[in-house]
Design a protein around this ligand. Structure first.
Ligand code: SF4
Length: 212
């Protein structure tokens, strides 16, 4: 594992090289918290473009918890089919709507434990909501952030949620608002899943796996 000083230097270099934060596309287009949360649920194992098709089709039918609960399951499943796993996601969307109405009067809660107790909402979606919808510091860990963190020795975890829990106390406070986007872009551009560009990597001397 990297030392605290190395972690600090790691994020300093990302800050210098990576673009500043921009919102997750599905949240950026949906300032409405409920729609953003449903979009995040739909995005599981789905490409952004397919998630966008699914959520647009669903929100044309209804875009409130009450409205979605009144829809037949078959209509929801047909609308969200582009996002895949549509039968499972239909059940989860309805369970989410029910929980929001029963426990929060239909208002999306603003804290991680409450978000993670909602059906279909895991650590990543909770952190994406905190960061992009509520402006709270959080490093959401997706597949790219998970890979970079574990490869480099930034933070270790077998699952994305474990990595997120390990990364949070290690990341400097000043990096919490932008860290997600820096690591995400770095993972897409340099520390790629296949054939990472180690020879040209600006973190090569810090990384614990420079000879991949
Ligand atoms: S040296 Fe290679 S494995 Fe390490 S961070 Fe850079 S690209 Fe990733």
């Amino acid at each position: 594992m990297l030392t605290d000083n190395e972690v600090e230097e790691f994020f300093r270099r990302l800050q210098d090289r990576m673009p500043k934060r921009s919102a997750e596309p599905h949240v950026k287009e949906d300032p409405d918290h409920f729609r953003a949360l449903v979009s995040c649920l739909l995005s599981a194992q789905s490409r952004d473009a397919n998630t966008a098709k699914a959520k647009n089709a669903l929100f044309r039918l209804a875009d409130t918890p009450e409205g979605i609960l009144m829809l037949p399951d078959a209509d929801i499943a047909a609308a969200i089919k582009p996002a895949g796993l549509y039968n499972i996601k239909t059940r989860r969307v309805k369970a989410l709507c029910r929980a929001l109405l029963d426990e929060y009067d239909g208002i999306v809660p603003k804290d991680r434990p409450s978000l993670m107790e909602l059906p279909g909402i895991g650590r990543k979606c909770a952190d994406i909501m905190l960061l992009f919808s509520f402006g709270e510091p959080a490093i959401a860990v997706d597949t790219h952030v998970h890979r970079v963190s574990n490869r480099t020795g930034l933070a270790r975890g077998k699952t994305e949620a474990q990595t997120a829990a390990a990364l949070e106390p290690r990341a400097p406070q000043w990096a919490m608002m932008d860290g997600h986007m820096w690591l995400l872009e770095f993972g897409k551009r340099t520390c790629t899943s296949r054939a990472p560009k180690c020879a040209a990597c600006f973190l090569n001397d810090l990384c614990e796996a420079p000879r991949l």
